[in-house]
Structure formats: structure tokens, C-alpha cells
Write a protein that binds this ligand. Sequence first.
Ligand code: PMP
Ligand code: GLN
Length: 440
Amino acid sequence: MLRIKSNIGFQIGHMLRNMSTKLQGTKRIKDVTENVWTEYTALAAAHKAVNLGQGFPDFSPPDHVKKALATASTGPNHLLNQYTRGTGHPKLVNILSKVYGKLMARDISPMSEILITTGAYGALFCTFQAFIEEGDEVIIIEPFYDCYKPMTLMAGGIPKYVPLRPKYTEGKEPSSGDWVFDLDELKAAFTEKTKAIVVNNPHNPLGKIYNVDELQIIADLCKKHDVLCISDEVYEWLQYGKAEHVRIATLPGMWDRTVTIGSAGKTFSVTGWKIGWAMGAPHLLTHLSTVWQNCCFHSNTPAAEAVANAFEKELSIFDSNECYFKSLPKELEGKRDALVPVLKDIGMKPIIPDGGYFMVANIADLDPTIGEKEFPNDFRDARLVKWMTVHKKVATIPCSAFFSDSNKALGSNYVRFCFCKDEQTLTDMKAIFGEWKNEI
Ligand code: PMP
Ligand code: GLN
């Protein structure tokens, strides 16, 4: 598999070098090469590995959610299979305005402050295209969800990375909250060229939930330097223990300069539906809408109708423990806790996430020669991940993928495990790690 892939890469490289300049890709995409999801998802499939890599739930979404999609497509209103309003299916923008109006304690106009897109990816893409000019600087807090970099580059922008670094307390279990930015470093990253900052909260891959003081620092810097805040909150419902997710757009003065992004995929465990949204003041959303209407025009109508009905149902039981926004995090918290000893047993040091789908583990204490012969050109984390996928049949994601080029070495001490998985998947993984432990 690996050999086939690199042969294809070689052939494409050869063809490109000999190709007429008019048939070359644009300079916008010149530096956008690798994609971690394409590579590691294919590797997991090729080796039939137990997949704790790509972040998707392999358990069933709630029945009412699945039924809502079937009804939207096959029910009496056959027009739900046709085009809908460009900037958002009316029923969905209406219910989102109610949901977020309640959560953000403000009136949100369904028609001018919400845009429905194809997944959160669609919303992110529109935001970058709408606001980033050639040469604009975009602050990205690293580690970072990988697409922020190519999306900045494709818009002509320049990524400026600000690292989160671990500051653990002696004798206390490492937690995602221990990863913090340095105030001076963050301040220094804001220049007159800074157009936007991307904040991913809860965070992928660390599972960090920014506390209100951290968000206030970011908000104050945005206001001081007149900077747009792109707040990717796709894991907004997934918070564990005492952690509490605060929406940065709710801090004073931030609604007017924040685009908040959400995902039905993560909200209802339907990542394949690809319904996402952007929310913000009309003077921001109008530019996203311009991009969107000339990109896809609108997103999938039956899926949007189904998401609207799913929200309606959850809103009607919002304060009960049955509400999916409570029951899902509760279930995932158990899966998170059960994964910790399994990773520790083979010598990894897990960083306990406060939110999200993922647990990052430090692999520095494992045998550094694992995978060295087979994958000599990779960083240590990628070597381990490939070796585990091929030989142990457990797929994960190497964290160097979430770091900038100059900090990949730092990321290469970490591997990301997705625990948003069915009990059977996790049991299979635990059995494999149990056997591996006996070999060490
Ligand atoms: N942002 C983050 C942080 C993600 O992890 C993902 C992956 N789901 C996305 C955005 C994209 O979400 P969607 O699948 O809705 O496009
Ligand atoms: N968001 C998912 C993750 O972090 C992956 C999405 C994708 O495959 N592009 O695993």
C-alpha cells in the first residue's frame, strides 16, 4: 500500500514537472500538499485496523435523527428533495437562532446572522475566502486542526503560529488545560498585518477547553488590534467534568468581530451528513454568504431539514438528562476514562482531555526504534502510528500533523486517539494493547 502510494506520487510529480505551465495548479494551492486524513484513513482501511484515528463516531446516531433524514427524503413533502434557500434552509436557520439565542443570551437573526454550509469545513472555507487578502497574517494557535493552514494559504494569507505548551503540576495527572499560551508570545504575534485569529474551542487534538480568562485575553487583543476572531466550536457539546465551554462571541464587544462555526456532524454523530454553520453579525456574514452562494449555493436540503427536526426534538427536552447534548458527553466521558489505563499500561502518558473526541498521549517513553526501519523518513510519531496500524492493527493519528513545519519535532512526541467509538471498537483496541503490553 505504502509502495503503491509513493509510486503514484512519483508519477504525478514527474508528470507535473514535464507539464505545460498553463496546466499547472495555481500558486494558491502550490504549497498545499499532504492531507493527514487521506493518508491515515486509507492506511487504516488497507490494514483493516481497529480505527481510533479519524474523528467520527462508529456507533449509531440517535434513532430520531436517522428517521428525520428518511422522512425528509421520503415523506409527503417531496419538495424537500429540491433546492432550498441559498444561505440556509429556513427551518434550520430558524431553530438554530432559537438554540443559540438561548445559549448566547441574545437575539440572533435567522436570516442575516446564520449561514448553513456543507460541514464546518464549508463555513471555515467561506470565512477565510471572505476576509483574508493576499499578505494578511492569520494567527493560528498550535497544535491546530490541520485545515486552518491550507485554508489560510489558499486565501493568500500567511499563518503565524502561537504555541500552546504544557505546564504540568508535579504530582497531578497531565490535563489538556495544562497546555497554555504564553501571554507575551501571543501579544507579539498581533501585528498591523494581522487580519484574523483562529480559536478552536473545545480543541482538536488536545481537548482543551479555554477558560474565560484565556478567552478574555484573546478577545482584548482582537479588539485592540481590530482583528477578526474565527471561533471553531464544532465540539461545543462535548465537555467533561467541571470544564465549561464559553463561547468567545458572548464576551463584551466580540459578537461584532467573531464568526462562530458549528457542525451537525459532531452535534448529532452524523459526520457524513456534512451540515455545518457559521454565525455572526450581519456585516460579517454577508461576506461569507457571497462566497457560499458562488461556491455551492446551498447545502443538502433533506439533511438540513433533518438536522432542524433533530434540534427541535432536543430543544424540547433540553433540560432533561435524556437530551443528546447531555447524554452524549456523559457516555464519552466514560470512554475517555476507560482509555487512560490502557495507554498508561504500555508506557504512554495520556493528557486527559476536558472536551472533544480525542486523547493525546505522550510516547516519549516508548522504544524510539519502533518503525524506524520500515518508515525511516517519518517523524517518530508517524513511524509509531504506521507501525501500530500495520503490525498491531490499531489506527491512530500522529500529532506532528497538527503542528507547523518548524514545530513538527515537538508534535512528534504525541499520538492522538479518538475515543468517540463503539464499545466493541474500544474493547478490540484494549485487547490488542493488552497483548502488546505482555510483549514489552
Ligand atoms: N473543525 C474541527 C476542529 C474538526 O475537528 C472538524 C472535523 N469534524 C471540522 C472543523 C470539520 O467539521 P465538518 O465535518 O462539519 O466539516
Ligand atoms: N475532524 C476529523 C478529525 O479530526 C477528521 C475530518 C476529516 O477526515 N477531514 O479526525
